[in-house]
Design a protein around this ligand. Structure first.
Ligand code: FDM
Length: 209
């Protein structure tokens, strides 16, 4: 049986990274082999260019940075697919949905943004961590990086809604991340446990008609 491919998406300050680590630990202790990915993966050569851009240490055209984010996924796509085929569950902190939502929020056309990610391994399930800009602010607000601004995050949230509307309830679930860590973890685990061991043999391709 192949591994499940679970993507966790969400806005900044939604607690995504904590919950991903928690999910990994729970899967491991239930005996499911699991590997965590995080995009952008800042450790590769492409990832270092992205990191420098996000920390405003370099400037790039919106189109150029968009394509680097996509290339950063493509450079790991084969590893993700092989792990899934070997039976390892892959949990991914952000994926192509962040890619499209953030670049389209800056004003690039949505379909242009989607094209370079078309054909990547498709997640079996995307768990979207939703948090209102007000609740994010109450958690200490956004940090220093380029996209951590309230108005942009509002637009990103709207664009995630557009992307979500193309998936059925089996493939995309929204979790109210404004609740306690324990409540959110419980709901995430419910979705993950229902999926692992029940995925179809074939890994689908994202955004391929
Ligand atoms: N981001 C992330 C993008 O703009 N495009 C992408 O393809 C991805 C994966 O990078 F603001 C944005 C989202 C976020 C920033 O993400 C860095 P982390 O999760 O804070 O490292």
């Amino acid at each position: 049986m192949r591994g499940a491919f679970i993507v966790v998406e969400g806005l900044d300050r939604s607690g995504k990274t904590t919950q991903v680590a928690n999910l990994q630990a729970k899967l491991e202790s239930s005996g499911t082999p699991v590997k965590l990915f995080k995009f952008p993966d800042r450790t590769t050569a492409i990832g270092q260019m992205i990191d420098s851009y996000l920390r405003s240490q370099s400037e790039l055209d919106d189109q150029a940075i968009h394509l680097l984010f996509s290339a950063n996924r493509w450079e790991l796509a084969t590893s993700i697919e092989s792990l899934l085929e070997q039976g390892t569950t892959v949990v991914c902190d952000r994926y192509a949905f962040s890619g499209v939502a953030f670049s389209a929020a800056k004003g690039l056309p949505l379909e242009w943004c989607r094209a370079p990610d078309s054909g990547l391994p498709a997640p079996d399930l995307t768990i979207f961590f939703d948090i209102s800009p007000e609740a994010a602010r109450a958690r200490g607000g956004y940090g220093e990086e380029r996209y951590e601004k309230e108005q942009l995050q509002r637009r990103v949230r709207e664009l995630f809604d557009v992307l979500a509307s193309e998936f059925d309830d089996e493939r995309w679930v929204t979790v109210d991340a404004g609740r306690s860590k324990e409540e959110v973890a419980g709901e995430v685990w419910k979705y993950a446990a229902a999926l692992v061991g029940k995925v179809s043999p074939q890994v689908d391709k994202l955004w391929v008609p």
